[in-house]
Write a protein that binds this ligand. Structure first.
Ligand SMILES: Nc1nc2c(ncn2[C@@H]2O[C@H](COP(=O)(O)OP(=O)(O)O)[C@@H](O)[C@H]2O)c(=O)[nH]1
Ligand SMILES: [Mg+2]
Length: 441
């Protein structure tokens, strides 16, 4: 594969103690040697550290530590060099410029990871996990992404891939080599049992993945209720600051006010909305429209009810009926709490029972935090697609369709799994068959 030499700044373009310029590709050692005070030479070593100067002709740009990695023992799998220079944007840029002058091209976003993927150093699950680790906002979310980054989530998918390939091979062999009598006859019952078993496994993997996704990406939480119920006060109590305007005038909040918190390691994006009610005021009407949008986007809704208000709001209930809802009774400081309703007081910051209830609603176990899962949106989407195809296979099998027809949707299911791993989907399947059966012996 032609691996054009590329270069990029691996650290943030800010003033700092050190910065790292990274380059990789064909002839990268020759290119670096043209501007480095020493000669990179890796004979028996996989990698080597040098100390020297980066120069532009005779002019010294910086004193650096240089790490050279011989292919395939680098992140990209190519010959690569990391230059640790002083953390001035000016210096980093000069080093990049001299490398470009000597034959590199500036890398596009994600190109180093892309090369690692193309050179089989990482699969797509691991590549996506790099991004997830970098974007983590809590320790818990980082820990979970790290499991995928180091390859611990792969088995969950590979296991499903192998099981589908097993039954697919058996079906293909039955179609293509009916003359072999030492091969298990694939019956309707066999297909039913094996595919149901895979579906069961997939269902569990998807469910664990969705919980993992909550830990990894967090949730959007809309705070809704009638005007004056105390929604903005609740947002402020969560944030421990006066972010949203609170007044006793109903209809104070017009725009959606956002805030972020980490609750038990889970990132929550809180959306304080305008109280939903009939209004003729143009601005308030716009706000109410936005409230409804926020409800639509939310993964979870906190429905705030003023405990002194006796009327249930049917319009709001209609809007939140398809959501996970936590209903809280606010202003508990004004009443006697003599039943088991979920009481809080946003005014006195007494909102712990609500926090506990949110966590309870998410139904996360210790395992969800600690075990690897398929928690990336793209990967989860493909797992669900695979699950749908397998259910189609079950139905087709049940309807007595021929093996050729059943095998089409089985192949579709299999391709979803290949896509998760970033493997090619149009490869000849015969090698999978040969791996399993001594056909043609
Ligand atoms: N006594 C009491 N008053 C509250 C509480 N929460 C909010 N309020 C008051 O209720 C009024 C409306 O509050 P606000 O947060 O603006 O309600 P929103 O319209 O739902 O956003 C304000 O006067 C608040 O001080 C509470 O827990 N207890
Ligand atoms: Mg408000």
């Amino acid at each position: 594969m032609n691996q054009e030499p590329i270069v990029a700044l691996a650290t943030a373009p800010l003033k700092s103690a050190l910065a790292i310029v990274r380059c990789s590709g064909d002839g990268i050692f020759d290119i670096v040697n043209k501007c480095f005070s020493k000669k990179i030479k890796l004979i028996n070593e996989k990698n080597k550290i040098y100390y020297g100067y980066i120069k532009n002709s005779k002019e010294i740009i910086d004193q650096v530590i240089l790490l050279a990695y011989k292919s395939p023992f680098s992140f990209t799998g190519e010959d690569s060099v990391e230059i640790i220079c002083h953390g001035s944007v000016l210096i980093a840029n000069e080093i990049i410029e001299v490398l470009i002058k000597n034959g590199c091209r500036y890398a596009v976003n994600g190109e180093f990871s892309n090369r690692a993927f193309l050179n089989n150093k990482i699969n797509l699950i691991e590549a996506e996990a790099i991004n997830d680790v970098i974007n983590s906002v809590s320790k818990e979310s980082k820990n979970l992404s790290m499991l995928s980054l180091i390859g611990k989530s792969n088995d969950l998918v590979i296991n499903i891939k192998n099981k589908i390939a097993d039954i697919m091979s058996l079906i293909e062999v039955n179609i293509d080599y009916p003359e072999y009598n030492d091969i298990e006859n694939v019956t309707k019952e066999k297909i039913e049992t094996d595919i149901s078993d895979i579906c069961q496994n997939l269902k569990q993997t998807i469910s664990n993945g969705e919980k993992g996704k909550i830990i990894k990406d967090g949730l959007k939480v809309a705070i809704v209720g009638k005007p004056n119920a105390g929604k903005s006060s609740l947002l402020n109590a969560f944030l421990k600051q006066n972010k949203a305007i609170v007044t006793s005038v109903a209809g104070t909040t017009r725009d959606v006010v956002e805030g972020e918190i980490i609750l038990n390691g889970i990132y929550l994006k809180l959306l304080d909305t305008a109280g939903i009610r009939e209004s003729e005021n143009l601005i308030e009407k716009e706000g109410i429209k936005k409230s409804k949008q926020a409800i639509n986007e939310a993964d979870l809704v906190i429905y705030v009810v003023d405990v002194t208000d006796k009327d249930e709001d049917l319009d709001i209930l209609e809007n939140i009926k398809d959501k996970i809802v936590v209903k809280v009774y606010n202003k508990s400081d004004l009443v006697k709490k003599d039943d088991d309703k979920l009481y809080i007081s946003a005014l006195t910051n007494d909102i712990d029972p609500l926090k506990d209830e949110i966590i309870k609603k998410l139904n996360l176990s210790k395992e969800n935090y600690q075990n690897p899962s398929i928690n990336n949106a793209r990967e989860l989407g493909l797992l669900k697609k695979c699950y749908d195809y397998l259910n189609l296979v079950l139905q087709e099998n049940n309807d007595g369709l021929s093996l050729d027809l059943i095998s089409i949707d089985l192949k579709n299911a299999y391709n979803c799994i290949l896509e998760i791993l970033g493997e090619e989907t149009d490869l000849d399947f015969t090698k999978e068959i040969f791996k399993r059966f001594c056909v043609g012996k």
